[in-house]
Design a protein around this ligand. Sequence first.
Ligand code: BG6
Length: 468
Amino acid sequence: MSSSARPTIMIVLGATGDLMARKITPALYRLWHGGCLPAQFELVGLAGHVYDDAGYRQWLADKLQAAVPDADRAMAEQLYAASTYTHGRFEQPETFQKLVQLLRERERQLGQCANKLIYLAVPPLHYKRIFHGLAESGLMVMCEEADSGWIRILVEKPFGSDAEKAEQLDLELGQLFAEEHVFRIDHYLAKELLQNILTFRFSNGLFEPLWQRQYIERIELEILETATVAHRGGFFDGLGALRDVGQNHLLQMLALVTMEQPTDTSANAIRAARAMLLTSVSALPEQSWRGQYDGYRQTPDVASGSTTETAFRLPLQIDSPRWQGVPIFLTAGKAAGENRRRITVTFKRPERCLGPNDNACRYNQVIFSLEDDSIAICFSAKQPGRTFATEPKALRFVYAADLPLSDSDEYERLLLDAVGGDQTLFVSTAEMAAMWQTVEPVLTAWQTDRVPLTIYPAGANPFIPTSA
Ligand code: BG6
């Protein structure tokens, strides 16, 4: 029997957590509703909370009601009916033995071996224990049919906490799963607008010839959020903004906007092109800035003397013929006064400007904005009338207006691709290692206080200089 005809069991470790509640449950429901999941699909949850199957199904129903209030009840009931649960702590080997028994029972009822998708929806500090638990439980070899289907694993970021720990963790993961079965999530890769960057760049003769150091002045990548760390103090403290969104989302955005053209659109080619770019990126730690919003230390589960950064600005450079010497900046901030997730590519001004003065020629910009899923091309236009005075104008493509986005969110796409075995939107070992290498010197500079920590007012953009 081919793997794609087999039943699929998705096993979520951390099945009562925030990620399961807010992202995975609604995504699963929508995929189920849309008939996108394999014909025989089951969910097995594992977490520390004590529930029986009925209790867990009620938990799912409550979370779905909160996330998708107009969910089709009958459809949702089918999904709950296909869900079972077991509880236990990851440090106890019995937990994984119970899981194997439950899976054996499910496969017995299904009458065959099932494909298994293991989703680690838990804080990364549990990963190591889980890898051991999975290895020792026999789960990896539990099915006795000759072709017993696939076992894949989905892991969330951040993977490791520095270059060395990430490499160590990856080696352990590699002993259990071959690279083609490892799906490292960076949900930014699944954002439709970011996927469009490759098409925008490589399918339009208008941009590709200009996309290089001779014409581009600078590139800025930003994730600014009004939200504070709120209830995620335990996750965020000690981790910090650089590991939370810099080492992954912002660097992946950079890869898409600066990588060379992949040889084709296969997962291997795209991941190799991203990895090649990422290995040529280096940070300038001494020129970086790090800040913490005022009040952060009063957040629940945050250490009272915490020096964790909630915002940063980091200059980078790319060592390649295309980008040598082009300044690149990564910027991120919590409680930063505005929501602004964007990439701004600024072009050099023409050497001679046709206009009443030099200001007539503004910097042309291409702005990819995740706030409204738009791509804008900003240019100077002549004001009507008898002078050559100019004003800024933009051509803007907005997804919602021109190409309606489906209501599928990133997690639906990621789950679907993991079930389908497509790794394009997942981070490879090589990419992950390169991203850690880039941020490592910055983490060291910050840990040794070579860059001071600035306290900024919560709710104010720390990157806009205040007029003193
Ligand atoms: C997550 C971070 O990975 O990305 C969060 O842990 C951050 O701190 C979030 O808020 C941003 O993602 P999005 O999709 O809301 O831009």
